[in-house]
Design a protein around this ligand. Structure first.
Ligand code: 28G
Length: 635
């Protein structure tokens, strides 16, 4: 930070003067939230500093320990935070770093700092939000120790012994006055540490959970090259991992990529070790270099003839796994979630480094190059064939002239503006819905639960699936070139699926289908998601339905603290009888439904690609990890 010599205090200085009480007053401003994510933010803050020390070349080992007593400690074998006393403040550098807001500053020369975007609020913030923090510094043959409480230095820095070691150890106990939960998640920490280990090659990172004595160690000699190998472990790879590393004027650029025979595209990008989920300039540079180079290689080697069209971007990304990691002096993180890199110079830097290196690789590895081109060319042919097939299906009017499907229990009204179509998962729930509905305005179309498993990877094939065909016929609008929204037979289309993994799976498929083929219906506000209850809570003769966990808690407390409250958890719609289904979910008088937005559907569309990957194992993992998110389309 610039030295402040004048009397005019800038905003930053005022903040520093205000001290850490500001952090305790508004923790969300510094760590995002005070829930479990905010809690882990503290860990990332400390670990990032250790990673910075490793990136600067001074540290090879980082140990994270979740202690039994509620504390968490991080230890590195770097230089140790300096302990010498600052003339003006009379405080040690260590105490300054821990007790003064934003005193971390930039590392002088050489190294890149992890911090700057999402994190980088400084250790002092961790200290402010911890009941107790203990710093140990191993430096110049001595062990130094100082303890802090809720941001204040408790006592003086003391020397507590001699040592041959070097480094820093920070132990903190998050404050229960601040956080909703104090429970660290081993899995969350482990995943993060694995990722950091990939991104910082050659560093040893160990994670120890003393609560149940669980221990992991990560060390990846190959860095992001190992990361790509890990991501492709269950896939059928094409050629070796292409690894590119270059220190440029604009920053350090590292890229690893490998093609596989799958349809999935997996590209992760990082800036200063921060996962840029929304991509940014480094990703743009990577993508344009990829398309340009593969086309140029194909032209140079006569793999694409003069009459052939160039491959398009999506052709060269099918089956690709890639990591782009840049380390730059002044990263600009943009967008609402600050997860998109904005530095313009990085786009051209990545593009030129990547183009040159990939071309060289392909020239030097003609077999790999042939495999890569073959895969991309196949993707292009599949794209053209799929389009042709879709056009023929639609042109032939395969859906026209077909009568309404037998399993549709139509409503008697022919007035679309008051008619509703319930798309229901499974025959048993479909049965309840048919019996419970208002026959005049509500139509029921049961879909068999297994529709997803019959097809893989391509929606243009799914559209030929009989279940989906029935749906399209029931809608009445046609599809593709013949799509006519004015023919829509129901102005409310309501997806009603179980609150479990299969249910969210089917909902994702349906949302994707609407997003890709019936976007106008979403834009017109015709698509909804039904909200069945999760619990029935009964006491004596009185019963209530809870639609969320919070509802449940509220209802239970309204029943008073005493005994004999029955809770039934609905695992599926099929568990409700027709009256219950009507009463809780379908009766227009009191039901709640979510109107699907384009953003919801777009998100589902992205998730869909992952769900539909050819590999069963990663797909199952994904579903387990994201089932909840897919479910919560209203967030
Ligand atoms: C264990 C948990 C997290 C760290 C260092 C090392 C230095 C340092 C950290 O300096 C103050 C400001 C600029 C020099 C730097 C040591 C230079 C020389 C360091 C960590 C002083 C911060 N010797 N290791 N901070 N700088 N590890 N691990 O926090 O001028 S923080």
């Amino acid at each position: 930070m610039a030295e402040n010599t004048g009397q005019n205090y800038g905003a930053e200085q005022i903040q520093v003067l205000e001290g850490l009480s500001a952090v305790r007053r508004r923790p969300g401003m510094y760590i995002g939230s005070t829930d479990v994510n905010g809690l882990h933010h503290l860990v990332w803050e400390i670990v990032d500093n250790a990673i910075d020390e490793a990136m600067a070349g001074y540290c090879t080992d980082i140990e994270v320990t979740i202690q039994k007593d509620g504390g968490l400690s991080v230890r590195d074998n770097g230089r140790g935070i300096p302990v010498d006393t600052h003339e003006k403040t009379g405080k040690s550098a260590l105490e300054t770093v821990l007790t003064v807001l934003h005193a971390g500053g930039k590392f002088g020369g050489g190294g890149y700092k992890v911090s700057g975007g999402l994190h980088g609020v400084g250790v002092s913030v961790v200290n402010a939000l911890s009941e107790k923090t203990i710093a140990h510094v191993f430096r110049d043959g001595k062990i130094y120790r100082q303890e802090y409480h809720r941001g204040d230095a408790g006592d003086e820095l003391e020397v507590i012994g001699d040592t041959k070691l070097r480094g820093t150890k920070i132990t903190f106990y998050p404050d229960d006055q601040i956080f909703d939960t104090l429970e660290f998640s081993f899995e969350t920490i482990l995943n993060r540490m694995r990722q950091q280990a990939y991104l910082t090659k050659g560093v040893n990172i160990s994670v120890h959970d003393e609560r149940d004595d669980n221990k992991y160690k990560f060390y990846f000699e190959g860095g992001i090259k190992s990361y790509v190998q890990h991501l492709n472990r269950s896939k059928d790879s094409i050629g070796n991992v292409v690894y590119i590393e270059k220190d440029t004027e604009d920053g350090f650029i590292e890229i690893a990529l490998q093609y596989t025979n799958s349809y999935q595209e997996t590209i992760y990008t990082f800036a200063n070790n921060i996962h840029t989920v929304d991509g940014g300039t480094h990703l743009t540079g990577f993508k344009s270099a990829l398309t340009r180079t593969i086309n140029a290689y194909a032209r140079n080697n006569d793999l694409l003839k003069e009459k052939d069209n160039n491959l398009v971007a999506e052709d060269v990304r099918e089956g690709l796994t890639g990591i782009v990691s840049v380390k730059i002096a002044d990263p600009q993180f943009e967008g609402q979630t600050k997860a998109k890199l904005g530095n313009a110079e990085i786009r051209t830097a990545v593009e030129s480094v990547m183009s040159e290196a990939l071309m060289l690789y392909m020239d030097e590895h003609p077999n790999d190059a042939k495999g890569i081109f073959g895969k991309c060319h196949l993707a292009a042919r599949a794209r053209l064939a799929a389009r042709a097939a879709r056009d023929t299906v639609i042109r032939k009017g395969a859906l026209e002239g077909m009568t309404l499907p037998g399993k549709l229990a139509d409503c008697s009204s022919r007035d679309a503006s008051i008619s509703e179509l319930y798309i229901v998962e499974g025959d048993s729930a479909g049965g309840s819905a048919k019996q419970g509905r208002d026959r005049n305005t509500q139509a029921i179309l049961p879909l068999r639960g297994k529709i997803l498993n019959v097809e893989q990877a391509r929606l243009d094939r799914i559209i030929n699936n009989n279940e989906i065909k029935s749906l399209i016929i029931a809608l009445g609008t046609g599809v593709g070139e013949t799509f006519d929204p004015s023919k829509l037979r129901y102005h409310k289309i309501i997806i009603m699926t179980d609150a479990d993994v299969d249910g969210s799976h089917i909902r994702t498929l349906l949302l994707t289908l609407f997003y890709r083929y019936f976007k106008e219906l979403i834009e017109g506000g015709y698509l909804y998601i039904a909200q069945p209850p999760l619990f029935k809570i009964t006491k004596g003769k009185k019963s209530d339905y809870a639609y969320t966990d919070e509802d449940k808690v509220k209802i239970m407390s309204s029943y008073g603290p005493d005994d004999k409250v029955g809770i039934q958890r609905y695992k599926g719609l099929g568990e409700m009888n027709p009256e219950q289904l009507w009463e809780t979910t379908m009766n227009p008088e009191n039901r709640t439904m979510l109107k699907v937005t384009i953003e919801d559907a777009e998100r589902a569309d992205k998730v869909f690609d992952t769900l539909m990957g050819a590999e069963v194992l990663p797909r199952r993992k994904f579903i387990q990890a994201y089932a909840k998110k897919v479910k919560n389309l209203d967030v």
